[in-house]
Design a binder for this molecule. Structure first.
Ligand SMILES: [Zn+2]
Length: 277
């Protein structure tokens, strides 16, 4: 064989060889990316009481068991801003290895008297979605709601306060004989006024919203965007991932009848096998 033919063959082999190595590297990278796919569980709570009367009420003891589980498995609470940044940019650099977002809806006073001390004890932050008409209402329908001062104290301590509308009506339902424009005006007011009330109290921008009763459709979503909310939460089960829509974020509702095992199963896909025992 002539020398130039031999060296030609050698070069060809080298090129093919390096191509194979490159392909190999690429596939390894893909596998690694897959392992790092982030799923953020968002928890949704409402009321806390030693004597739960509704399914959305849980006992402080159950809440403590759940926080203990999260702490023992190294979950760290994140801010709602972190969630939106992740969803919008896919950037997870700012996220802890095991993120969780704790949300509490409605603004019952038990958020302050029962949940807050436990969140402090176990070093978790949370996001509170407040019905603004209920602020300072004591004994409304048999329930106490948070006061101005309590909201400020919670916010100061890392419990972010965001909007859950003015009057907590399902946005998708019209009143009897309500015309299109009347319905739209009423909902716009729910969105804008609740935002303004909280922004005045907290002296910062309020950017997030949770739908009362999770009542959502694409028409209402447009009104939410018009009112300049950057992210909204539904009442639908599932994780927040890179693919999530910032105006349609899922949450896991924690209810009175949920066992600790059922609670743990939310986190099962995020743990290593030996940790589930
Ligand atoms: Zn609610």
């Amino acid at each position: 064989m002539r020398w130039w033919l031999l060296s030609g063959l050698l070069i060809a082999l080298l090129v093919i060889g390096s191509g194979l190595i490159l392909t190999d590297d690429n596939s390894t990278e893909q596998v690694e990316d897959k392992n790092h796919d982030i799923k953020i569980p968002v928890l949704m709570y409402h009321h806390f009481s030693d004597d739960p009367q509704t399914s959305a009420t849980i006992t402080p003891d159950d809440f403590e068991e759940q926080l203990k589980f999260l702490k023992e498995h190294n979950f760290e609470s994140i801010d709602v801003d972190d969630v939106i940044t992740f969803v919008e940019t896919g950037d997870d650099d700012h996220l802890p290895k095991r993120p969780v977002l704790i949300t509490i809806d409605d603004g019952y006073r038990s958020t302050y008297t029962k949940a807050f001390p436990l969140l402090e004890e176990y070093n978790f932050d949370a996001t509170l979605f407040m019905i603004t008409e209920r602020i300072n209402q004591l004994s409304d329908e048999g329930y106490d709601f948070l006061t101005d001062d309590e909201l400020l104290e919670l916010e100061e301590a890392g419990i972010k306060v965001e909007s859950h509308s003015v009057s907590h009506v399902p946005f998708t339902e019209r009143k009897e004989d309500e015309q299109d424009h009347e319905w739209r005006n009423r909902i716009q007011n729910e969105l804008e006024e609740s935002k303004e009330v909280l922004e005045q109290l907290l002296e910062r921008k309020v950017n997030y919203f949770a739908y009362p009763f999770g009542a959502w459709d694409t028409q209402i979503e447009n009104w939410v965007v018009d009112a300049e909310y950057e992210g909204t939460f539904l009442v639908r089960e599932g994780y927040v991932t890179e693919e999530s829509h910032p105006q349609r974020l899922f949450r896991f509702g924690v209810t009175k009848d949920m066992t600790l095992d059922e609670f743990k199963s939310i986190f099962e896909p995020l743990l290593d096998e030996e940790e589930m025992n």
